[in-house]
Design a protein around this ligand. Structure first.
Ligand code: GCU
Length: 611
């Protein structure tokens, strides 16, 4: 059904007279938290629509009359037939996935229509935008019975300008959210995480002046610790303005002039305390144009590579990491609050981490800002996962769009050091071309950060030694190599890691981006018995010993911080639709391997990095 709706959408038959999703929504407004905002979060009316009767008639032709749910039509007489009614169809909380809000929706994949009514008095001359933190997967948005546009991709923000569409009273906002999986999508049909559907992050009205500060980038120039470089983009009828960047805490104030396109590029030196996990120093940075001023808390740090070292502020650093999914620490649904982020990152800090791999898609903005604040370096990733349709230009466009939206939202986060363009993707010419395009996009859009991908490697056995060679055609294009391995779980016994040697023909740093094994919290036995905490702990013991012997290793992000929901994990008793590779259970209980890794990270913290 989703492909039919997509074809009808793209062919302009359905009530979205637009082409590709990306072209439809307004340019992303940066840092909406610093603007004049009104939250639309809360209980929304919702209609679960597995057969898309809200969009298509029984001949699967697009509905354009009052039967279309986005019309939110009410019978005008006792004899008028209207077969839907938002106001008596139950509610769902926004933000939130629908799967964990109703038992009946746990496995649901399809369409759900949401409706929210609101009044709004806009100040004359101001503009109004509707901002979504994220909706999974395909969102079609309507206001007052008219289409606004749509967005594809479940993990990045988008917004629409509604200045001329909103009325003072009785606005009704309707969304059709569809999370049906499709081969051509990003991610594609097969993932080891739950396909949570819904309006999963906050919905916000953002009021700005006629000409406003749409976006800006204020970071240290690559390879320097004293030179700030960046740009600022105005949006509106008065593009040419005097703009000032102030950092009051160090008495810094620099003024520039935007050009006829509303853009100013700048570079200036500044003597600042550098951001690091040990000292996550953030500065209040004021960006002021003639019509608007925006304040942002920004940290300044340099990140680069030198041969097999990763340098933070010019010094080699070892990334003591952990991987995590964006699942609430207690509810096993999509996480989105500051509290969710604080709890998850506090567990990472307790582990002794200075680094987190946010897998396999852009996590919510609270997570990135919390990492900035708590001092955790971040690996962020787009969901180019497993077997994507590499030959499909629309799939590439979609992946590029998700990458750009991720970068646009988080490019002022000091914590964010690595963009990952892929996870465990099978090598082919088409795949290489696809990923090279994303690597190039990331480097050109933001030259200050590192680009990586989670690769997989092959092993060779000679004279009782196992040699694993890091080898991938795209490795040469990456700044940092990531590698996933499951020695002791999917392949071999844990102790075989003792006779493994890793070699790389690239003079680049390696991050072991995944390793681990499953354990059911509280299930104990000998270390040969799978699913026991003892088996997992033993696996970690041998892994840590092996990793210590890899000369070009600059970091690690074991799989994974917390047990998480997965449709691929059907084994009763031990899995029950959860991947149990967490060091913490889905109820927040720490497994014995948690303390083993903690001990190792504490040793690293106290000693010089192994390099
Ligand atoms: C893969 C994959 C993860 C998955 C993990 C596992 O490497 O990247 O998404 O959850 O292995 O099998 O547990």
């Amino acid at each position: 059904m989703n492909n039919l709706l997509r074809c009808l959408t793209l062919a302009g038959c359905l009530a979205f007279p637009f082409g590709q999703a990306a072209a439809q929504h307004a340019p992303l407004i940066a840092n909406i938290g610093a603007r004049h905002t009104t939250s639309l979060d809360g209980q929304w009316q919702a209609i679960v629509d597995p057969y898309d009767v809200g969009a298509l008639d029984y001949r699967a032709q697009p509905l354009k009359n009052n039967q279309a749910f986005y019309k939110n039509h009410k019978p005008q007489s006792e004899s008028e037939l209207v077969e839907y009614d938002f106001d008596t169809s139950g509610q769902l909380h926004v933000p939130g996935d629908w799967n964990t809000q109703r038992e009946s929706l746990l496995f649901y994949e399809g369409s759900v229509w949401y409706k929210r009514s609101f009044d709004y008095t806009r100040s004359p001359k101001n503009r109004l935008f509707l901002h979504f933190g994220a909706c999974n997967y395909l969102a079609a948005v309507y206001l007052n019975g008219e289409p606004l546009g749509e967005h594809e991709g479940g993990f990045t923000p988008f917004d629409f300008e509604i200045t001329d569409r909103v009325r003072e009273y009785g606005n009704f906002l309707v969304l059709r959210i569809n999370n049906t999986r499709g081969r051509e999508q990003v991610p594609t049909v097969n993932t080891d995480w739950w396909n949570y559907g819904g309006i999963t992050r906050p919905v916000t009205l953002v009021e700005v002046p006629e000409t406003f500060i749409q976006d800006y980038f204020v970071q240290l120039e690559k390879g320097t610790t004293r030179q700030i470089t960046g740009w600022l983009q105005l949006n509106g009828p008065s593009p040419q303005q005097k703009v000032t960047i102030r950092i009051p805490e160090v008495g810094l104030s620099k003024t520039f002039q935007t050009d006829s396109g509303g853009r100013a590029e700048f570079s200036f030196s500044a003597d600042l305390t550098l951001w690091s996990p040990e000292n996550p120093r953030l500065y209040s940075v004021e960006i002021a144009g003639e019509t608007e001023q925006v304040m942002e808390r920004i940290g300044f740090r340099s990140i680069e590579v030198r041969k097999t070292d990763i340098l933070l502020n010019g010094k080699p650093v070892f990334l003591r990491g952990i991987s995590l999914h964006e699942e609430s620490p207690v509810l096993a649904g999509r996480a989105w609050t500051d509290d969710d982020a604080r709890t998850l990152l506090t567990w990472a800090k307790e582990l002794g981490c200075n680094f987190v791999r946010l897998a396999h898609y852009p996590h919510n903005e609270s997570m990135l800002r919390m990492a900035d604040y708590m001092g955790l370096m971040v690996w962020a990733e787009v969901p180019v996962y497993w077997t994507i349709q590499w030959e499909n230009p629309q799939t590439l466009h979609n992946a590029e769009n998700q990458l750009n939206e991720m970068i646009a939202r988080d490019h002022n986060r000091a914590a964010l050091i690595i963009y990952s363009v892929a996870n465990e993707t099978p090598i082919s010419d088409a795949r290489n071309r696809f990923l090279r395009q994303l690597i190039q996009d990331a480097h050109s859009t933001d030259p200050t950060r590192l680009v990586s991908a989670a690769l997989q490697s092959n092993e060779v056995v000679e004279r009782n030694r196992i040699t694993v060679r890091i080898k991938d055609p795209i490795a040469g294009d990456l700044d940092v190599l990531g590698n996933n391995e499951y020695v002791g779980w999917y392949s071999r016994r844990p102790e075989e890691a003792d006779s493994m040697d890793w070699i790389s023909e690239y003079d680049k740093p390696l991050i072991m981006s995944e390793f681990g094994g499953d354990a059911l919290f509280g299930y104990h036995g000998d270390m040969l018995t799978r699913w026991t905490e003892e088996y997992q702990e033993n696996l970690y013991e041998h892994q840590i010993a092996m990793l210590k012997r890899i000369p070009f290793l600059s970091g690690m992000a074991p799989w994974i911080l917390k047990d998480f929901r997965s449709p691929r994990r059907t084994l009763p008793r031990f899995e029950g639709y959860f991947n149990r590779k967490g060091l913490v259970s889905d109820h927040g209980e720490k497994k014995t391997a948690f303390f083993l890794l903690q001990k190792f990270y504490r040793e690293l913290q106290n000693a010089q990095p192994p390099k």
